[in-house]
Design a protein around this ligand. Structure first.
Ligand code: SF4
Ligand code: SF4
Ligand code: FES
Length: 937
């Protein structure tokens, strides 16, 4: 079919658009045809195998599967006639005959049974061989189906149960795994009516390479694959029926997946993906199975104050369930008076510069805005920062300098239009798993992927080029690529002339970086560097994604400058399929930065040192404001040690775990005269507090969040606050009023509107619009126009509208391996554990999948050290040592040790180097020198 066709559907003339099937036209025009193997959601192609959707077509001898059949001009289709209705009923009856009775099936509310109800079909034994015995657990021979050697029952996974006696072989789980999430774990084993889904080579699900995205569970129409959280204690039948559903967003990463949260008796029992712009119903393991931390018994439910006989110490450890030798419970009144009294008296005695505040990239935009307003207007200082300093501060510094904006120029979905994609210093499969599904899908369609990272990764399987270069030599590699593009004249001269300054200086600089000279430095041969540079430059549309492998270096800003230069000189920006996209870490790190939760900028990156801007804020807030930029996260810790900063207010951050050189950071926290911590758990930072304020978790509050794509979305409360815990927004307002401000806000919407009045980036994006539309991209030209996903289409938001190239020099990592510390230590995240682990370590399924601290080393290094996988090892640097279990990992190059920073029992930041990038002030988490030894050596 090309172009629209007209055909008759149940006696009415209808039009089908290009690509539509009979089923989709029927649905669009108000007729729902039963369906099982077809899932009407983005990413799922119809397969036509179950025959639940049969319809009659005039003049055709056999019935047709409407989910795959395309209408033709003049076709006459009957969906409701006796013949097709009876055929469909028979399909359901036959399938039901081969399944356990409804009350014994894994999900009696599954789509299969819902259709049975709607069609008025009863499960009977007309076609059955005999009564079903419950399937046995995997490993028991009796658990095999009569026809297949594949075990019917498998409950080895911590979060999902497999009961294949309810499987109808529709293949949706295979498409979910292979085509939607592109994980390739599930396949169909055996053939014909022996066929059943298997994991890898018919491995138990819990032992397979399953990454627990749960897409198969969400797709399965019978509950043969089902969430354990909804089932009885044997994981055989559904036991839990949610009493309500709440539309929200995921609390973890910057992808910003939209969720549907199922609640029973005020407890979250299940999370599914919704059709948001960033996720199209997909989730990863954290978003789907990592929700129960909010219901942890370790939640703070009452305010705590430090006991008079519990002096502060940097090396203290507190049991969150039994903190009574350090803290005692207090009323809110006492706790708030202590908090305001402590911070207020420091301000009044030593000035606002003696105070500081760490806000949260996990909180909402409204919380971020009010937090920085409190620090600036109430404390009287710009010493306010958050974890962006530890993830993408250098990227933002380079972007502000180069293109006048710190935000991404295109969403990650732009890969759909790209011919070439560079992913550098990022591991999207772990850190942005749903974004990764789009990258993998693009690669399967033929987009050329170039993955550049010192460690290997799953994405390499999809890559045209996978460059494992030497850690810390990013500038050598990227300048060599720029050299090729300049020397071979592959740049876009017209674009440069029209939009870019500084080309000559860049060209002169990169002349010193020929690939042949750089190959020994970066470890990538010259020919490959040339090929990759040509591929990027010559492709019609190329886009670059980067992560903290680029930003967390002393030369992080230089690394980003090189990436910006690649895009600017080739004109690969401002068009569909092109651009620059630093993949943002936390769920709201973009929004918190936009809202001004940083020491040098008010909202929208307006300098605090600009008198006009400051004047505008002084008018708006009715207070004199500090004219000097404030200190950053790591600088604040140094200032505490020097006695310049005496008081700190921390909301939802955990610098005791996330700051580099943790021993120093904890000593600083212990040295404070007044530390007020507002959080949902007694975090390692809270151990050092004078006052601990029990706050709201993501699932308990209303607010907006801005994801890595610049999409503003709404998170909604699903469950009530525990005990006496309070809304974060309410606590900030209470503290502000006790510090002499006179704030009255009638909820988040009012705060949002005040913030929006100061932020041109949010023009035309009212609270009610975000509520109504669910997600709005900024900037938006009008209330009734969609936001602009692609920006910089005609120049840049710099003073003269031109982009600026800044050449970068080779700066080695601050600390390189030597005889005493021969390994490179690098840190990062795991798929299952987020950031400092405060949330994910308290999520049962996630902790069951990854329960213990590990150091990953190449197997040859393990052998050289006389170690085996599973041995206890100690990793040492000049700053400290921690012990973990060694894991063999071929993705880690020889000479490197990798450890995630989520383990409280082995906190990686005891080891890391606090040396900062001079521009972004971000520490060098990615490289320091380390030694590895057997733990008992
Ligand atoms: S397990 Fe579910 S989704 Fe997979 S083939 Fe069976 S019924 Fe279909
Ligand atoms: S990809 Fe990110 S936002 Fe989406 S479910 Fe996973 S952690 Fe949540
Ligand atoms: S839904 Fe059409 S054949 Fe299965």
């Amino acid at each position: 079919m090309s172009g629209p066709v007209t055909f008759t559907l149940d006696g009415r003339e209808v039009e089908a658009q290009e690509g539509e099937t009979i089923w989709t036209v029927a649905k669009r025009t108000g007729t729902m045809i039963p369906h099982l193997c077809h899932l009407d959601q983005p990413g799922y192609r119809p397969d036509g195998n179950c025959r639940a959707c049969m319809v009659e077509i005039e003049g055709e001898r056999v019935l047709a599967a409407s989910c795959i059949r395309r209408p033709t001009e003049g076709m006459v289709v009957d969906t409701a006639g006796d013949r097709s209705r009876k055929a469909r009923e028979m399909v359901f009856e036959l399938l039901a005959a081969d399944m356990p009775a409804r009350e014994a099936s894994p999900d009696d509310k599954a789509q299969f049974w819902t259709w049975m109800d709607r069609m008025g079909v009863k499960q009977n034994r007309r076609y059955a061989e005999g009564p079903h015995e419950p399937a046995q657990d995997q490993g028991d021979q009796h658990g095999h189906s009569h026809a297949s050697q594949i075990p019917l029952r498998d409950v080895t996974h911590p979060a999902m149960a497999v009961n294949l006696d309810a499987c109808i072989r529709c293949g949706l789980c295979v498409r979910a795994c292979r085509e939607v999430q592109v994980n390739d774990v599930i396949g169909m084993g055996e053939r014909g009516d022996h066929a059943l889904p298997i994991f890898d080579f018919a491995d138990p699900m819990g032992d397979s390479t399953c990454v627990a995205c749960g897409e198969c569970v969400q797709a399965c129409p019978t509950g043969a694959l089902f969430e354990k959280s909804l089932m009885d204690e044997d994981w055989r039948t559904r036991e839990v029926e949610p009493d309500r559903y709440v539309d929200s967003v995921c609390p973890y990463c910057g992808v910003g997946c939209q969720t549907r949260v199922a609640v029973k008796d005020d407890r979250i029992v299940q999370v599914d993906g919704r059709d948001g712009p960033a996720n199209e119903n997909r989730l990863c393991v954290k978003g789907r199975f990592g929700y129960d931390y909010v219901m942890s018994p370790e939640r703070l439910t009452k305010p705590l104050v430090r006991r008079d006989d519990a002096p502060k110490r940097g090396d203290i450890r507190v049991d969150p369930l039994n903190p009574w030798d350090v803290f005692r419970e207090a009323t809110w009144e006492e706790a708030m008076e202590r908090a305001a009294g402590g911070l207020g008296s420091i301000r009044d005695t030593h000035g606002g510069g003696a105070l500081s505040g760490f806000g949260s990239a996990k909180g909402s935009n409204e919380e971020a805005y009010l937090f920085q307003k409190l620090v600036r207007a109430g404390f009287g200082t710009n010493n306010v920062d958050h974890c962006t300093r530890l993830c993408h501060a250098s990227s933002v510094a380079a972007l502000m300098e180069g293109v006048g904006s710190g935000a991404v120029s295109a969403p990650f979905g732009a890969v759909d239009d790209a011919d070439c994609v560079i992913i550098i210093g990022a591991r999207p499969n772990q850190n942005h798993p749903v974004a990764a599904t789009y990258f993998k899908q693009a690669a399967k369609r033929g987009t050329k992927l170039i993955v550049i990272d010192p460690r290997g990764q799953e994405m390499n399987r999809f890559a045209e080029y996978a460059l494992q270069f030497k850690p810390g030599t990013d500038v050598a590699l990227l300048n060599a690529m720029l050299n090729v593009i300049v020397e071979e004249k592959l740049y876009d001269q017209q674009y440069v002339q029209a939009h870019v300054d500084g080309f000559e200086a860049l060209a002169a600089k990169v002349r010193d970086f020929p690939p042949e000279a750089m190959e020994a430095v970066c470890g990538i041969d010259a020919q490959t560097i040339r090929e990759v540079a040509r591929l990027y430059a010559k492709s019609e549309r190329s886009i670059i994604f980067w992560g903290m492998g680029i930003s967390q270096h002393v030369h992080g800003t230089d690394n980003s400058r090189c990436l910006i230069a690649l895009a600017l000189i080739t004109g690969h920006i401002g068009r569909p399929g092109t651009g620059l996209h630093p993949l943002r870490g936390q769920n709201n790190v973009q929004g918190a930065s936009d809202a001004g939760l940083i020491p040098m900028y008010f909202a929208d990156y307006k300098s605090v040192e600009n008198p006009d801007v400051r004047g505008m804020y002084e008018d708006a807030w009715g207070r004199q404001l500090d004219p000097q930029r404030g200190l950053t996260v790591v600088e604040i810790m140094d200032a505490v040690m020097e006695g310049e900063i005496r008081g700190m207010y921390v909301m939802g951050e955990n610098p005791a775990m996330s700051d580099p050189d943790q021993t120093h950071a904890r000593e600083a926290l212990a040295k404070l005269d007044c530390l007020v911590v507002q959080d949902i758990f007694l975090t390692e930072t809270a151990w050092h507090a004078d006052v601990v304020l029990p706050a709201s978790a993501h699932a308990e509050k209303l607010g907006t969040y801005t994801n890595t794509n610049r999409e503003v979305q709404i998170g909604r409360p699903a469950i009530p606050l525990p005990g006496e815990a309070r809304q974060d927004l309410g606590i900030i307002i209470d503290l502000a009023n006790r510090l002499g401000l006179d704030w009255r806000y009638d909820g988040p919407a009012e705060v949002y509107e005040e913030m929006r009045a100061l932020m041109p980036s949010l023009d035309n994006i009212s609270w009610s619009r975000v509520e109504r539309e669910g997600a709005v991209t900024y900037p938006a030209k009008a209330e009734d126009m969609p936001g602009e996903a692609i920006i910089f289409t005609d120049g840049f938001p710099t003073k003269d509208g031109r982009g600026k190239l800044v050449p970068a020099d080779l700066v080695p990592p601050d600390e390189l391996p030597d005889a005493e510390y021969p390994f490179v230590l690098t840190t990062g995240r795991l798929l299952e554990h987020w950031h400092t682990g405060a949330m994910t370590r308290r999520a049962k399924a996630l902790d069951a999948i990854e329960p213990e601290a590990q150091a990953m080393l190449h197997p040859r290094d393990l052998t050289r050290l006389g170690l085996a996988a599973g041995d206890a090892v100690t990793v040492m640097t000049r700053r400290g040592e921690i012990s973990m279990i060694a894991r063999a990992d071929r993705d880690v190059p020889e000479g490197m040790v990798f450890t995630p920073f989520c383990w409280v029992e082995a906190p990686a930041n005891v080891l890391t180097n606090p040396k900062l990038d001079p521009y972004g002030k971000i520490p060098e988490f990615k490289v320091c020198a380390a030694r590895v030894e057997r733990a008992d050596a």
